[in-house]
Write a protein that binds this ligand. Structure first.
Ligand SMILES: Cc1cc2nc3c(=O)[nH]c(=O)nc-3n(C[C@H](O)[C@H](O)[C@H](O)COP(=O)(O)OP(=O)(O)OC[C@H]3O[C@@H](n4cnc5c(N)ncnc54)[C@H](O)[C@@H]3O)c2cc1C
Length: 287
């Protein structure tokens, strides 16, 4: 059990951790890689650097700073988020528990552009197994994805649905497939149905009858994780108030995942706000 878990080790997550650690809260940051900054080259619009700074160096400096303050940093992928009185964060390797969570996992991945997908959202297309599995009890469903996150979503569905098929849409699975899970690697051309989703059509002309498809491409994005707890999202961004609080007590969000200007300065500012709001929340909870 830790006081607070921060998901994401980019500028927003690390900035939040500096505040929570210095407030003497046991802080764990979990991030799988360098996020958006990993794709950037030199940064010359961030405060305090007379010469352009390598994005990689900026990232590493933040991580070193957090570590010096006693923050635990884990390089893992988060696949699930739950609540049992405390927040439960699931990675491929472990399950961690905390009194509060800050989501700082960057801007969410894009939804694949497959004909019919957006048309059937809420009518067979879902983004959250733990939220919607119940609607598909005894019915055939599919999970669209190829990695650990897709397997996590499939595991949520297996006890409920009549069958679960993993569809990788042309990709080789990037995870070990458990026995009992059917896999189709063919590319998808369309999701089809009358008023609700009824089947998925593949490039070779074949079709699979399903009542639901759960989108779990790549890594769980911020909005995917937020949805698992019933937090309000708007498309791919998480809704927060001026103190970076979501509508779920103890759950905060910061940085690119909350939308607005996607810049380091804003992510760092958000992280500060979320960190200080989390300190306030956890202090009140400890009383
Ligand atoms: C090419 C490029 C150039 C840019 N140039 C500039 C610039 O010059 N100036 C500027 O101010 N901004 C720039 N930006 C924007 C800037 O990088 C972002 O605004 C900033 O990094 C956002 O910080 P963040 O912490 O919110 O998210 P990110 O930096 O994206 O960090 C997200 C973190 O969450 C982790 N994560 C995500 N999902 C999971 C999961 N399921 N499990 C575990 N961890 C997860 C990631 O691994 C990462 O650690 C640029 C961005 C890009 C892509």
């Amino acid at each position: 059990m830790t006081d607070i878990i921060i998901l994401g080790k980019g500028p927003a997550g690390i900035s939040a951790s500096l505040y929570t650690a210095r407030a003497n809260l046991k802080t764990t940051v979990i991030g799988r890689d360098g996020g958006a900054l990993q794709k950037a080259g030199k940064i010359e619009n961030y405060y305090g650097f007379p010469e352009p700074v390598a994005a990689e160096e900026l990232l590493q400096n933040g991580i070193d700073q957090a570590k010096r303050l006693g923050v635990t940093i884990l390089s893992e992928e988060v696949v699930g988020l739950g609540y049992n009185g405390n927040f439960i964060v699931q990675t491929k390797e472990a399950e961690l528990e905390a009194g509060g969570v800050i989501l700082a996992t960057g801007s969410s991945r894009k939804t694949p552009s497959i004909p019919g997908l957006s048309e059937f959202e809420g009518k067979g297309v879902s983004y959250c197994a733990v939220c919607d599995a119940f609607f598909y009890r005894g019915k055939p469903v599919a999970v669209l994805g190829d990695g650990e996150y897709a397997l996590h979503e499939a595991a949520e569905l297996l006890p409920v649905a009549s069958s679960v098929t993993l569809i990788t849409n042309g990709k080789e699975p990037d995870a070990e497939i458990p026995s009992g899970l059917a896999v189709i690697k063919r590319g998808i051309t369309a999701f089809e149905g009358e008023s609700v989703l009824q089947s998925v059509r593949f490039a070779d002309g074949s079709a699979l009858s399903i009542n639901g498809v759960f989108i779990a491409m790549g890594v769980a994005g911020s909005a995917d994780l937020a949805r698992k707890l019933g937090a309000q999202v708007n498309g791919t961004t998480i809704e927060v108030d001026e103190n970076m609080r979501t509508n779920i007590p103890g759950l905060f969000a910061a940085g690119d995942c909350t939308g607005g200007t996607l810049q380091i300065a804003k992510a760092v500012y958000d992280g500060m706000k979320a960190g200080t709001a989390a300190i306030k929340y956890l202090r009140a909870r400890q009383k």
